[in-house]
Ligand binder design. Structure first.
Ligand SMILES: [Zn+2]
Length: 78
């Protein structure tokens, strides 16, 4: 299941679950995507801002093993 944020032609935003992206395409083609606020059928996927959070932050560099750092790119430097 995939949750899409949808936006109608009147700039109403709402969320709807789909089985997958092709399910969205099928429902859109069938005219089953309707804005719950105004009944508008011209509905598009809203552009979602990329999530910027801890999980999206750069992963910390792999720590050297407690045994030492042979093979590590910092070998001999720490
Ligand atoms: Zn609407």
């Amino acid at each position: 299941m995939i949750l899409y944020t949808l936006r109608c032609a009147h700039d109403h935003h709402f969320e709807q679950w789909f089985d997958n992206s092709s399910d969205y395409d099928a429902k859109k083609a069938a005219g089953e995507l309707v804005c719950p606020e105004c009944g508008e059928k011209h509905v598009e996927k809203a552009i979602m801002a990329p999530s910027v959070g801890k999980s999206a932050a750069a992963a910390p560099a792999p720590a050297c093993t407690p045994m030492g750092c042979g093979g590590c790119q910092f070998a001999g430097q720490h």
